[in-house]
Write a protein that binds this ligand. Sequence first.
Ligand code: F6R
Length: 364
Amino acid sequence: DKGNHRHFMEKEIHEQPEVISHTLANYLDFAEGGVRAFEMPFDFGKIDRLAVSACGTAYLAGLIGKYWLERYARLPVDIDIASEFRYREMPLSKSSAALFVSQSGETADTLASLRYCRAQGVPIASIVNVRDSTIARESDGIFPTLAGPEIGVASTKAFTCQLAIFAALAARAGLQRGTLSDEEARRMVRALSEAPRYAAQALRLEGHIEKIARELSQVRHVLYLGRDTSYPLAMEGALKLKEISYIHAEGYAAGELKHGPIALIDESMPVIVIAPTDRIFEKTVSNMQEVAARGGRIILITDEAGAARASLDKFETIVMPTMPEFIAPIVYALPVQMLAYHTAVAMGTDVDQPRNLAKSVTVE
Ligand code: F6R
């Protein structure tokens, strides 16, 4: 049931403040400000490597998870697209663990990667939305996302709930590995407890985003840029645009721009930049200036301080609430999803059932 929404995707985007909150509550104790002692098939303090593998949007959640686990828990993370991982014959030592990410729990390549790890004898955990799924059953332990059924083919709420779990795992891993003090972990928990509220605020930008999307629906190509955790999010934005609006979009690390893609920049190709004010904000701004100097049209997703500091004359801004840097990828996912959604609606495509795509990819 879509309720009073036009599409399941729109409904699922709007459910995010609630389902993120619900998911986080499973892993974090907001009253105590700590991380819960949830069951795990391995101890973060006893492994020296984590192999993460998934497909599509779930893979991009894993990529953001890698940034967090490496930064906060100093745990080296290998992340692969499952269709590559299953054939790449990665050596796994006895001191590694594997983590799979899948909304459906049935994705063929992800399942094959899991079975490869099973044969290697490492402990296996999975982040799944469907608890009664093959991947869930074949794992030693699961971290359920409590997103509820996701009907729209384009993943939205499952993605942000996967991110919520990675964030909680980073806090847990940091504590177990002794890289985070109790106070630092508490600060992360506090920041996460605010994520649903910021997500609700981001939803209020929908009217403005819809206007920008109407312009986007007129173009053939879009470039999405970001640095650090905004880089996987740029790829997620491009993936969402491709799959539901059929606009050709690419997500790039902003620093890679000058190594090739800058040659594409002209007046007809909008460049969407995701840049919350964080430690590398200025670097992204200088990449933006390179785009502007070549006549590129910029759509900047940032916060108030970022909008003031960017000070370019020709750009469109989506001004997000100011929030702790740690949780920005969870909250910035919403404008990115809304941009794709409203672009697709403006183009009149079948948003919930895009052509050539299936919700659950059970074949290779
Ligand atoms: C994109 C999308 C797909 C899935 C991918 C993995 O919006 O939905 O890229 O993320 O097919 O599916 P699951 O998570 O079910 O393994």
